[in-house]
Design a protein around this ligand. Structure first.
Ligand code: ZN
Length: 418
């Protein structure tokens, strides 16, 4: 029986298949000179070109992509972003360049709290209008799935508004968005003198409402000195878990607080940042199988020099994901390739490790292990074709966009004209 595919990719220099359960020393399978057929939005076949061409016929509606000298990878799964905000924080960027620290700016009313003021004033339509070009940029740089957090609302109404915006964007844009409730991102100004009351608002009112309306899959907390303590984070995350949400934690970013140990204790899906993770924290993540989501873009953008200990995490067999941490204050980039380069240079991760961490690792960090971030028959066709013949050139050739074509759910979504 001859089948007619919707898309046929031929003569690919490399098709990169991240392994779902990789051994410690090997993360990818590489097919050379191979072909890949897409039918019904999923990968119908891949491998030896002769076999694929004998099974599939090019029909009038088949789009043939000539991939000579090009690499095919899964689309990136960017598992940590804050994309719902209004305007930007370029003034603070300049203040930092003049010597003010991120924490000094935050204490003067800037930082997350300035984004909160902007978000509260914005309508849903305005927030969507601001977010859509950002999603386009993510797609342009090869991201096909995005975890998206609320967390600039910090009131019931404004957190719900942010999550509704994420839901609407998910329906309107080719990128799939996975929503995370981050009501515990900061204590809002009006609760500065009564933080316990704000924590009660999060646990007793926001979480039940978010769950009732099915607006989030994950709950996250910014566990950090001066933000939410370990004990406060535990209270919030326990309430979220009891209500049926999966857990993520901003852990050990600026100080060693024991956030990674808390992630393991609560069975979180991921612990994120981890610049100051302890030896014990690394062991606990390995024991429980919590994904370590590393965000080197925020270390770079804050002008700091302490990167997360990627080598120790990999050595301990902790699953490592890489994500942008896209947000207006501490990491203003939608580019996963930039993050791969930073991870390679600053954390000594190999090209193989960074590619795995941005695809299969990201999928594991959003609880989609084996479902996203790999290339296999029957999986959704979320693919990127790169203008390079060797995947190692993706982190190597930095600061430029090497993406040739992005395919999402079996459709070419970038460039738009194809
Ligand atoms: Zn973050």
């Amino acid at each position: 029986l001859i089948e007619i595919p919707e898309i046929l990719i031929v003569n690919a220099a490399q098709i990169i298949k991240p392994l779902v359960d990789p051994p410690k020393d090997r993360k990818l399978d590489i097919l050379k000179g191979a072909a890949l057929a897409i039918k019904g939005g999923v990968i119908a076949a891949l491998g030896d070109q002769g076999e694929i061409l004998s099974r599939f016929q090019i029909g009038p509606s088949t789009q043939v992509i000539e991939a000579t000298g090009k690499v095919v990878t899964p689309g990136f799964v960017d598992s940590h972003t804050h994309p719902i905000f209004c305007g930007n924080r370029v003034d603070e960027f300049e203040m930092r360049l003049r010597g003010k620290s991120y924490q000094e700016i935050a204490q003067a009313g800037g930082g997350i709290r300035s984004s909160v003021r902007g978000l509260r004033e914005a309508s849903k339509a305005e927030l969507i209008e601001h977010a859509l070009p950002r999603l386009d940029r993510f797609l342009t740089y090869g991201t096909t799935t995005l975890e998206a957090k609320s967390g600039y609302g910090l009131s019931i109404e404004d957190e719900i508004k942010s999550l509704e915006v994420i839901r609407e964007l998910n329906g309107r844009h080719p990128i799939d968005l996975i929503p995370t409730f981050l009501g515990a991102h900061e204590i809002p100004d009006e609760y500065r003198s009564n933080r316990q009351r704000y924590i009660e608002l999060v646990t007793r009112e926001m979480i039940p409402r978010v769950v009732d309306e099915g607006l989030a899959e994950f709950c996250d907390v910014f566990c950090e000195e001066g933000v939410f303590s370990i004990e406060e984070s535990r209270r919030i995350l326990r309430a979220a878990k009891e209500a049926g949400l999966k857990l993520k934690i901003h852990a050990d970013q600026l100080h060693p607080t024991g956030g990674a140990e808390l992630a393991a204790e609560l069975g979180a899906i991921s612990a994120d940042h981890l610049e100051w993770i302890s030896e014990r924290g690394i062991q606990r993540l390995a024991e429980v199988g919590v994904v370590a989501t590393l965000l080197p873009g925020s270390v770079f953008f804050l002008g700091m020099d302490r990167y997360p200990p990627a080598r120790s995490l990999l050595e301990a067999a902790v699953p490592v994901a890489l994500a942008t941490d896209f947000n207006p204050g501490s990491c203003m980039t939608e580019s996963m390739p930039m993050i791969l380069t930073l991870a390679a240079i600053q954390m000594r991760m190999s090209p193989e490790e960074v590619l795995w961490a941005a695809t299969a690792g990201g999928a594991q960090a959003v609880d989609r292990k084996g479902e996203l971030g790999t290339i296999a028959v029957g999986k959704k066709a979320d693919l990127v074709i790169w203008d390079v013949p060797d995947y190692r050139e993706i982190p190597y050739h930095f600061g430029v966009n090497l993406v040739h074509t992005v395919i999402k759910s079996g459709k070419i979504v970038y460039p738009r004209s194809r």
